[in-house]
Design a protein around this ligand. Structure first.
Ligand code: ATP
Length: 207
């Protein structure tokens, strides 16, 4: 079974790419979504996070409020808080994903795509077969385009988007390390054509 790791900068179009891949018949695992599930109340990760950050991060029903947690870990980059959170969440997420991959293998699935924004940072390039990076061209136009898309989708302002970008590897580093780069530089139709070609080529090579 071929495991494709799909990564890219914030708001670069990873989720759009997964929509296209699903239409093409791919099995897609959303690692960031799994990461959020990994710290539901009652999980070992939940206990560890509450021990680390205190009960102020909980909402009225005892669930970890991701907005509050995000503010704590991203607002003070030198504090090491984000790294501590990741050291809890990434292994829990990976364990779940490995279980899912074993199930897909048992089912005879031929290719699985894992969407994960911090693939290289988490060292997961070691556990996938190929890495695809979705990127927006650099420069002011590219940056403001990302800010505009992220704001439209998540309501983040520019400063908040910049904080998230600063916590990630640069576009250049991802491009250097990826096996294939999808430049999300134009319309969604253009993106679709690139993804189709990448999917067909990668699948053909893995057969
Ligand atoms: P995140 O890192 O925050 O999870 P992402 O990389 O998954 O983001 P998407 O959610 O796919 O990015 O895209 C961000 C926003 O930009 C979405 O609203 C999406 O529909 C829009 N978008 C992506 N690509 C294009 C494009 N080529 N043309 C127009 N809008 C686009």
């Amino acid at each position: 079974m071929l495991v494709i790791g799909l990564t890219g900068g914030i708001g670069s179009g990873k989720t759009e790419v997964t929509h296209i891949l699903r239409e093409l018949g791919a099995v897609v695992i959303d690692a960031d979504g799994i990461a959020h599930l990994s710290y539901r109340p009652g999980t070992p990760a939940y206990e560890a996070i509450v021990r680390l950050f205190g009960r102020d991060i909980l909402d009225g029903s005892g669930v970890i409020d991701r907005g509050r947690l995000g503010t704590i870990v991203f607002s003070d980059p030198g504090s090491g808080r984000r790294e501590k959170l990741e050291a809890i969440v990434w292994p829990a997420t990976r364990e779940w994903i490995e279980g899912r991959l074993a199930k897909e293998e048992g089912r005879g699935t031929r290719a699985v795509v894992i969407e994960v924004s911090k693939l290289f940072e988490a060292g997961w390039d070691q556990f996938v077969d190929v890495v695809w990076a979705v990127e927006v061209p650099p420069g002011d136009a590219g940056n403001s385009e990302i800010a505009r898309r992220v704001q439209a989708r998540s309501g983040f302002d520019e400063a908040r988007t910049r904080e998230r970008v600063a916590a990630q590897m640069t576009r250049e580093e991802r491009i250097e390390r990826a096996d294939l780069v999808i430049e999300n530089a134009a319309t969604l139709d253009f993106l679709r054509e690139q993804v189709k070609t990448a999917w067909q080529t990668t699948r053909a090579r893995s057969e």
